[in-house]
Design a protein around this ligand. Structure first.
Ligand code: FAD
Length: 435
């Protein structure tokens, strides 16, 4: 057995800079062995050319090269269940303790509890830290305790609490000399794991001061780059969240900060109410008699509904792995309300396709459009795809980009008419939510 090491387990915090758990791990007296596990519980469910696996793999290779070149160290990479990977680690190394950043999704929560138990059986401590949010679980609470279920008071309280904290960054990048010196740790290619390189790439983000200054005016126009495109970077933690918040605070307009707070709000909701990953937050909404027509679902998925704005959104998603927020609301509302297809179907399709897939924001967003979530759109608000086009894509620039044939005879007729579909939706919802 080799010398005693401390393990740092990278998960959704794939960076060296300002990484809280890594900072604490590296601040001790033991060399730190960085570890990444391609979790079979998750990977086994994914298509072989999954764009997120390619992205994570590329990032990991960059991080390994940096450690190898600068410090003669590396990242040990496994393709297994976390339980098996840790059993192997325990066998191969004398582990002092394991460090990680907290992860708030229901699966991750159970996974960490299991690993914690396994480590405890072997006399190894597990230390976890808050890294991906400013406030977690119950840190922004109502005066009488309990979680805010409406966004605006949550956001106001978040800002109040923020004034009272010691907001600082954690310079983990300056301590990398303390990583464990062994550059020949196990590595894996995509094909070793049965995967292939995806043709979809995570686009560059355009998060700068200029964007933030104009964000309020640009954020709802899908034909321009008016939002940051930070979401995949925040999802995998390749960019540090505290630096993003710091920059958001540096401009007068708080619209961007408010969106970051939505992200935290949904994380806290899912953490406090994990059952909402599959159940309506408002139970009455689980009584809706969804039509769930498979053929119609297929038309929605492939962008063939005959509604250009809906089809443009779906094609952007299918081709790039990202969709503008305005369109997420439009296509989501169309699926749940015009077609009466269960929001869980839409949620699952987004989960498969989105580069930025986050269960908390996705479930939160879908329950918002379905009307069943916390602080959701009222059920009688049925987005009209035509007026959404007039308001947010007046000159049809976005539509022309993704559905160039929209005004030709190659384009399908609308699969449902707006007015009767709206009425059918209202009747169905009314029936479900009465008394
Ligand atoms: P920007 O407008 O630049 O916002 C900056 C950051 O704020 C985003 O990166 C994101 O982290 C956060 N943010 C912005 N809007 C929201 C919001 N409404 N809810 C929560 N966080 C927000 N976001 C995801 O990150 N992952 C998802 O899986 C996801 N699924 C969604 C599903 C539906 C049905 C809806 C309506 C929204 C969903 N969102 C999701 C929220 C939002 O659409 C994306 O965060 C946003 O479009 C990402 O682009 P951006 O980084 O350019 O956003």
């Amino acid at each position: 057995m080799s010398e005693k090491v401390r393990v740092f387990w990278f998960r959704r915090d794939m960076r060296f800079e300002d990484n809280v758990g890594l900072y604490h791990a590296l601040s001790g007296d033991f060399p730190v062995l960085p570890v990444f596990i391609f979790d079979r519980h998750i990977l086994d469910e994914l298509p072989k050319d999954d764009a997120r696996v390619t992205f994570i793999h590329d990032e990991l290779q960059k991080m390994r090269s940096h450690l190898q070149d600068q410090f003669g160290s590396s990242i040990a990479t496994y393709h297994d269940t976390p339980e098996n990977a840790f059993k192997e680690l325990i066998e191969d190394f004398d582990i002092e303790a394991v460090y990680a950043n907290r992860d708030y999704e229901p699966y991750a929560y159970k996974r960490d509890a299991n690993i914690n138990a396994l480590l405890a059986q072997n006399g190894i401590e597990f230390h976890d830290f808050k890294d991906q949010v400013i406030f977690e679980k119950t840190e922004v609470e109502k005066n009488d305790g309990g979680m805010y279920l409406v966004f605006t008071p949550y956001m106001k309280q978040w800002k109040k609490e923020f004034e009272n904290i010691d907001f600082k960054t954690f310079p983990s990048e300056d301590l990398l000399e303390n990583t464990y010196k062994n550059s020949r740790l196990p590595n894996l290619s995509l094909s070793d794991m049965g995967f292939e390189k995806s043709s979809i790439k995570v686009p560059e983000h355009n998060f700068d001061k200029e964007l933030l200054k104009n964000y309020e005016d640009t954020r709802n126009i899908p034909s321009i780059e008016g939002t940051s495109r930070l979401s995949p970077y925040l999802r995998f933690g390749t960019i540090g969240y505290r630096k993003v918040v710091e920059k958001a605070l540096s401009v007068k307009n708080e619209a961007f900060l408010d969106e970051l707070i939505w992200r935290e709000f949904y994380k806290a909701i899912l953490h406090n109410y994990p059952e909402t990953q599959e159940r309506a937050f408002k139970p009455k909404y689980d009584r809706i008699e969804w039509r769930n027509n498979e053929e119609e679902f297929e038309k929605w998925k492939t962008g063939q509904t005959g509604y250009p704005i809906v089809d443009a959104g779906m094609r952007q998603l299918n081709e790039t792995g990202w969709m503008h927020n305005r369109l997420r609301m439009v296509v989501g509302s169309f699926l749940c309300k015009h077609l009466l297809i269960d929001w869980r179907w839409g949620e699952a399709y987004f989960a498969e396709k989105l580069l930025d897939y986050e269960m908390s924001s996705n479930v939160g967003g879908w329950q918002w459009v379905a009307g069943s979530g916390v602080d959701a759109a009222p059920y009688f608000r049925v987005f009209n795809p035509y007026s959404q086009t007039d308001r947010f894509d007046k000159d049809k620039k976005y539509i022309k980009k993704w559905v160039p044939e929209f005004d030709s005879d190659k384009y399908p007729e609308p699969m449902v008419e707006h007015k009767p579909a709206r009425e059918r939706c209202l009747e169905t919802y009314k029936e479900a939510v009465k008394n």
